[in-house]
Design a protein around this ligand. Structure first.
Ligand code: DX5
Ligand code: ZN
Length: 234
């Protein structure tokens, strides 16, 4: 499938919940991916951390490759690493469909976003809570996805920072409807409606999903909440 077809499919499924595998049972990775897929997930979020850009190490290429073998769902790979330019090609080859880099790691991201697209993946940019939206303005035309961090990246289970809401609203004005607007960190049944009303399309959820037994129930509930706020907004 081409990137254009992938993005068309994803836009048609909005609002999307992106299960963040960071919170799953890695001893049963294949089973966990099967469970979220069966529960109705349309995309999987993978958090790559290098212990340098963020103060935590999560996983790298072998886990992305294992996820690729376990599912045909799009893999949304969030690179929390200091030198993404060195790794976009290997992560694409491991199976990433969307590759998101941090503006704090790559202050001049245009060449790398172009490279991600040339590798046949969707290109994403993200920003930490203290970073202003203005830092992204020069590169938004090269982005298929913009991810707003609603926690400082590095760990799951943190509390949602409402600074993300004004950024989502501003970005929704700046980017066209063909750009996926995503939010990551502290997303649960209380915060998802606020983010949806602010314009988000894709809601990354780790703890809120994997801490529950019935993934289907959580996905349905969160999707319903996101949709209801969308209806109010539009
Ligand atoms: C944070 C990661 C998130 C994280 C979200 O650094 O980018 O994707 O897994 O976890 P929750 O949903 O628990 O905040
Ligand atoms: Zn993430």
């Amino acid at each position: 499938m081409s990137t254009a077809e992938l993005l068309t499919d994803l836009h048609a499924e909005v609002p999307l919940i992106g299960p963040s595998l960071l919170a799953c049972d890695f001893g049963n990775l294949q089973r966990e991916i099967g469970r979220v897929e069966e529960a109705g997930a349309r995309i999987i979020h993978l958090d790559v951390m290098d212990g340098h850009f963020v103060p935590n190490i999560s996983f790298g290429l072998p886990i992305v490759a294992a996820a690729r073998r376990a599912t045909d769902l799009p893999l949304d790979v969030h690179l929390m690493i200091s030198d993404p330019a060195r790794y976009v090609r290997p992560f694409r080859e491991a199976g990433a469909d969307l590759l998101t880099i941090h503006i704090e790691a790559v202050p001049q991201p245009r060449p790398l976003l172009e490279e991600i697209r040339s590798l046949g993946a969707a290109a994403g940019i993200t920003l930490n809570p203290p970073t202003p939206v203005s830092a992204l303005e020069d590169c938004l035309d090269l982005c298929d996805l913009v991810l707003v961090m609603s926690v400082m990246p590095g760990f799951g289970g943190q509390e949602f920072d409402p600074v993300a809401l004004e950024k989502l609203r501003r970005l929704r004005e700046l980017v066209g409807a063909d750009v996926l607007l995503s939010v990551d960190g502290g997303i649960n049944s209380k915060t998802i409606q606020l983010c949806s009303a602010a314009g988000a399309d894709l809601f990354v959820a780790g703890t809120a999903l994997f801490s529950q037994d019935d993934y289907g129930r959580v996905l349905r509930e969160m999707t319903g909440l996101a949709r209801s706020r969308k209806d109010v907004r539009t």
